[in-house]
Unconditional design. Structure first.
Length: 232
């Protein structure tokens, strides 16, 4: 009975009503959706929102730190963001991805595009948390620990943006504007939204996997990015 109910639910979700040229309506079934559960569609939407949010943050960081995209040899801010969208690695990353790439943004010796390093690191981290897939189907599986650590890394990133500084005392990257006359916390809000999305997905996956997921106190926040790819 449960299998029948699941099949009926999938058929209903896959059906779409369209109107032909004569004004008659007909139901069509998109076969792709027969292989998708509600959780799969949530995963699709969740991943898309997180990726789009990181690209928005990249654009905003470039607006506040225009010298960074110029350091990377890009023709414009938009070109730099588009390169990040395609996950093209900058040569100065030395093949680094995820936390190792993101950490370059807050390394004194690094002289390349710090915005690219941070966002490329976070994007590849999110890709790893979603098993490097853009769409999810019935038999695909996710790991709640990878999603959980990705959420914590968003918190670490915003902490570092507001606290990590060069030896001269300047922030590595300008983000939130704390001047009372021009207060702007849009970066913190967007990172907070992405953290919430990843935590929400982690809880759904943990429930599907029959596990419990408790939010542990992250005592190392602001110090190191947590691993994602190596978790099993």
């Amino acid at each position: 009975m449960r299998a029948l109910a699941l099949l009926l639910a999938l058929l209903l979700a896959a059906c779409a009503t369209e109107m032909d040229r004569r004004g008659r309506t007909e139901n069509k079934v998109d076969v792709k959706y027969l292989a998708k559960t509600e959780i799969d569609r949530i995963a699709d939407a969740n991943r898309g929102e997180v990726v789009d949010g990181l690209l928005l943050i990249a654009d905003k960081l470039y607006k506040r730190n225009p010298k960074e995209w110029r350091k990377g040899g890009q023709a414009s801010r938009e070109a730099a963001v588009d390169k990040l969208r395609r996950r093209e690695s900058w040569p100065e990353f030395g093949g680094r991805r995820e936390g190792e790439a993101a950490a370059l943004a807050f390394t004194e010796a690094y002289s390349g595009d710090r915005v690219a390093a941070l966002i490329y690191g976070l994007l590849t981290m999110v890709d790893a948390a979603f098993e490097n897939k853009e769409e999810f189907y019935l038999f695909d599986s996710l790991n709640e620990a990878k999603l959980f650590n990705s959420a914590r890394n968003m918190e670490i990133a915003i902490w570092k943006l507001g606290n990590d500084r060069l030896a001269s005392g300047e922030l590595f990257l300008l983000a939130n504007e704390l001047d009372p006359a021009r207060r702007n916390l849009s970066f913190e809000r967007e990172f907070g939204r992405l953290t919430g999305l990843l935590d929400f997905m982690a809880r759904i996956v943990a429930d599907r996997n029959g596990r419990t997921l408790s939010r542990l106190t992250q005592s190392a926040v602001g110090v190191i990015f947590l691993p994602v790819s190596f978790l099993k």
